[in-house]
Structures are given as C-alpha cells and as structure tokens.
Design a binder for this molecule. Sequence first.
Ligand code: HEC
Ligand code: HEC
Length: 215
Amino acid sequence: MRISSALFSAMICLSACATSHAQERSKDKAEVSQAALKGKIDYCKTCHGLQGQGFRGSYPMPRLAGQQPEYLVNQLQAFIERRRNNPVMFNVAHVLTPQMEKALAEQFNHLDPKPLGGGPKENLTEGKDIYLKGIPKSDVPPCASCHGDDAKGRDAFPRLAGQLHDYVYKKLTNWDKERGQDKNNPDNSAIMQPIAHNLTDAQIRAVAGYLSTIE
Ligand code: HEC
Ligand code: HEC
C-alpha cells in the first residue's frame, strides 16, 4: 500500500513539474552558440571530471556522465531557487540560461566513461539486494522500481549507476538538510525523503558501494 501510494504521488508531481518547466522554457528562445557551450562544459569538467565521471577532491564531485537530462535540469533549477542547498552550485547555476541548462544536460547525457570506482567492496551483495528488493520491514521500496533495474534512471528519476559512493552516502544521510529546502515550493525531493530516512547507516553504505560499481 505504502509503496504504490509513493509511486502514485511521484507520477503526479513528475508530470506537473515537467509541464511547468516546458512552459517556462518556451518563453525564451535565445540560441546557445557552440563556443559558449564548449566553454561551459570545460568549466563543469574542472570539477566533475574530464569525462564527467566525477572527481574526488576535498569533496566528492558527483558523476554527471549519462545522467538523465530532465533530472539534471531540475537540479540546476533547484540550486538556483535554493530548494537544494549548495553554495558552489548556486554560483555556477544562477548565470545559466534555460537553453544553456538544456544543452549542457544533453551533452553530459551522451558521455559514458567507466565508473570512477574507489568504493567499499565488502557488502556488494547486500547492496544489490537492497537495490533490487528494498527492505520491506522498514518500508523501503526497491530502488529499482523508480531508478530502473540497470540504475540508469528515466526522465526525472536520476541515474545512479557509477555514481561516487561517498557522494551517494552524503546525499542520503543529509537529505533533510540539503533537498526540498523551500517548504512553500515542494519538489520531487519529497519522493526520496522517507526512503532516505528509513535506511540505516550500514544499509546506505552497502547500497552506495553497489551503485558505484555499476557501468
Ligand atoms: C567549483 C566546482 C564545480 C563546478 C565548476 C561545477 N560544479 Fe556541479 N557540483 C559541484 C559540487 C561540489 C556538487 C555536489 C553538490 C552536493 O553535494 O549536493 C555539484 C553538483 C552538481 C549537480 C547535481 C548532481 C546530482 O547528481 O544531483 C549538477 C547537475 C551539477 N553539479 C552540474 C554542473 C554543471 C552543468 C556545471 C557547469 C556549468 C557544474 N556543475 C560545475 C561542483 C562544481
Ligand atoms: C518512489 C520512487 C523512488 C524510489 C523507490 C527510490 N527513489 Fe531515489 N530518487 C527518486 C527521485 C524522484 C529522485 C530525484 C529527487 C529530486 O529531483 O530531488 C531520487 C533521488 C535519489 C538520489 C539522489 C541522486 C543524486 O544524484 O543526488 C539518490 C542517491 C537516490 N535517489 C537513491 C535511492 C536509493 C538507494 C533507493 C532505494 C533504497 C531509492 N533511491 C529509491 C525516486 C525514488
């Protein structure tokens, strides 16, 4: 019951959000030049890795390669509107036009490097089990039911395959402090909130380790 109602509200929000974004974009028709696009991508890659595979500096920079364009644009918008809390990405994103956001999202979607790696290898079987079957006794639905069996995502459901384990760990443990920060303007982050909340620290480590190995 809980699982199907979560999925149901997910579908409502996803279709409503997609419509309003499409309307916003059609207002502004300015073109993106190839030179401007290349300049931006080179800039993104200084942090997100030369092939968009992610980068581990003093902070884990997430993989953008192969990410779903709709999800990627949603996140840029969330940083700009401070629904998603991150000062670095606010500065990066607030200067982008809607056309540039879309063009960047398409470019990153086409990259397909191997996962960066470096994750823990001990609990891959447990991680895979959580991903495919969920944890019924804790009301955690199978991750695969939304993110796909291959973890490639779809539309507003993000790709998780090959994502950095330490990035995924941080996002799931800090969900309430970083995502859905404008209570008057709820977004898709609400779909993940109870799921992140119901996972234990050890379960998050296991599933994050598993995801970091998927190509
Ligand atoms: C100075 C470093 C830096 C630059 C340059 C940068 N980013 Fe980021 N980006 C980050 C960090 C750090 C995060 C992780 C934020 C977090 O932990 O929530 C991030 C997160 C993101 C996310 C969210 C990913 C997800 O899986 O939810 C997107 C999308 C993104 N960046 C796109 C871009 C794009 C597009 C560019 C180029 C226009 C860019 N970034 C340039 C540092 C950077
Ligand atoms: C009911 C659908 C649903 C299920 C089930 C689900 N997710 Fe999600 N997940 C989402 C949506 C939608 C988002 C994007 C939220 C947003 O746009 O802010 C998301 C985002 C995420 C993110 C953030 C990605 C990033 O790049 O920052 C992670 C990590 C994640 N999910 C992991 C999981 C794991 C692990 C499970 C299983 C334990 C799971 N999800 C189950 C719908 C779901």
